[in-house]
Design a protein. Structure first.
Length: 352
């Protein structure tokens, strides 16, 4: 989906990251790469949705609701959707624990957070976005040109998010450890003003904050580091508690939703102007230029196989473990409900 992982906040009038779960503790080593399945994931999906089925969907800033409607994928649903609004991955995970919702939309980090905490969730939908949608920008007075220049300097980090993943991957690429820099824990909303005030030297930003911050501080010396490409997995997921995926009626509804989600994502790739107007302008009440910047930054979405997605997610898990950002080892493949891989691939094929 052409998106900025979002949560609407009144800082620079921006939409921010979906993934704001907090990672605590430490871990070493990497997880096994062999996929782990449970009984529910080996039972064939039902062929039809029983009458009266209700699917409780955790939405963020009306993203999924608007996407399904804009792409006409909300027509003739064989079940009822009950929409709930949440801000960020942690809130969705908490709603799962409270058994308040059946399915939600998050980026990569919350999946790993849930696994590390022993929370059993299943990935029932996946989309691949740009791996270069997160950018490293400096403060106005910084002389840093590349990540290697950050040794001994203060770097903003938002724990448990794709922003943290980007910072740690950048350090790894440059041969730096977390002890080579001072990591300042800041929320996504606090990072731009901290950068502007020269309280930290570098921070990770996504659109529309990149354009907003660059416009405000680019003429004052702030700049993007030269080597900040391909720092994240670019993956985002539909996830559900394992108990929901194991329920026959809910699983049938999830399969239908996953197929519609897939088709909607692919519709978006050829209707970006319509999406900007429907979502960013009409729903989020943002200027068209902001929506255009977000969509351009996030590239054109594709539907990955679960083999490819699990391999990419495992790399994120291993990175977080290496930098002692997860409390335990994580086997990313264990989160994928392989039944839905076939659902998405079939939907993508039918979408042309």
């Amino acid at each position: 989906m052409s998106r900025s992982p979002r949560s609407a906040v009144p800082v620079f009038g921006a939409l921010l990251t979906l993934t704001t779960a907090t990672l605590t503790g430490c871990a070493t080593g990497s997880a096994a790469s062999t996929p782990t399945t449970d009984a529910a994931a080996t039972v064939a999906l039902p062929s039809g949705v029983p009458g009266g089925t209700i699917l409780r969907v955790a939405d963020q800033n009306q993203l999924l609701h608007t996407l399904l409607a804009a792409s006409d994928q909300d027509k003739n649903l064989p079940y009822e959707i009950s929409w709930s609004a949440f801000q960020g991955g942690p809130a969705v995970l908490e709603a799962f624990r409270a058994k308040a919702v059946d399915v939600g939309f998050v980026a990569d980090a919350p999946v790993l957070v849930a696994q590390a905490a022993g929370q059993k969730i299943r990935i029932v939908g996946a989309v691949q976005g740009s791996t270069s949608a997160t950018h490293l920008w400096t403060s106005p007075t910084s002389t840093a040109k590349t990540v290697a220049d950050l040794k001994g300097r203060k770097v903003a980090v938002t724990e448990g998010t794709t922003l943290q993943v980007a910072v740690l991957q950048a350090l790894k690429n440059a041969g730096l450890s977390s002890s080579d820099v001072t990591l300042a824990k800041l929320s996504p909303t606090d990072t731009p003003p901290a950068l502007g005030a020269n309280q930290v030297e570098v921070g990770a930003l996504t659109e529309p904050l990149v354009s907003k911050y660059g416009a405000a501080y680019g003429t004052k010396g702030a700049h993007e580091l030269a080597d900040d490409q391909n720092l994240t997995s670019g993956l985002q997921f539909l996830i559900a508690p394992d108990t929901v995926a194991a329920d026959s009626a809910k699983a049938a509804a999830l399969a239908d939703l996953s197929a519609r989600f897939t088709k909607a994502e692919l519709w978006l790739t050829t209707h970006k102007d319509v999406w900007v107007q429907k979502y960013y302008v009409e729903t989020q009440k943002l200027p068209k230029a902001v929506g255009d910047a977000v969509v351009a930054n996030n590239g054109t979405a594709t539907i990955p196989t679960y083999a490819a997605a699990s391999a990419a997610l495992q790399k994120v898990a291993d990175l977080l473990a290496e930098y002692r950002a997860l409390p335990t080892k994580v086997d990313a493949a264990a989160a994928f409900d392989q039944r839905f891989d076939a659902v998405q691939q079939a939907a993508a094929k039918s979408a042309g």
